[in-house]
Design a binder for this molecule. Structure first.
Ligand SMILES: [Fe+2]
Ligand SMILES: [Fe+2]
Length: 139
């Protein structure tokens, strides 16, 4: 499972959201580091906990601004967030029961790392474009 780095191509054009994505990547990398260096279960749990809490905060922020700006594709966007919310709940449960397994490692990379990048490119970008088009100021 590899670390991720912010790139300008990930910018959705809204500073608040870009900054949250950067912070999210930081928490993700902390989790990767904890898993890679085989930290204790408690330490991995702690980093994973930060990452998951922050995912919740971030999704809530996006959903708040989508609702405020009457974004027409909000339901579709929120459904994607809900899918990840349930995947994360499953990951935490597996981790609590089994610790860091190769499956967990893989799931972190697939469901979190790849998911986030793809979600930013395909879903968050559309909201960024809408906000720009409608001249909606988000801060
Ligand atoms: Fe999103
Ligand atoms: Fe996002």
């Amino acid at each position: 499972m590899g670390k991720m780095w912010w790139q300008n191509s990930l910018s959705v054009g809204i500073d608040l959201i870009d900054n949250q994505h950067k912070q999210w990547i930081q928490y993700y990398n902390d989790t990767v580091e904890a898993v890679a260096t085989q930290k204790s279960q408690a330490q991995v749990m702690k980093t994973l906990g930060f990452l998951i809490d922050y995912t919740g905060t971030h999704f809530a922020t996006e959903e708040h601004h989508m609702a405020e700006s009457k974004y027409p594709a909000m339901a579709e966007h929120k459904a994607k967030h809900d899918e990840l919310r349930s995947t994360l709940a499953g990951l935490i449960k597996d981790f609590e029961e089994e610790g860091v397994t190769p499956e967990l490692n893989k799931a972190l990379e697939t469901f979190l790392g790849n998911w986030l990048i793809q979600h930013i490119h395909e879903i968050d970008m559309k909201f960024g474009a809408y906000a720009k088009q409608e001249k909606i100021v988000i801060s």
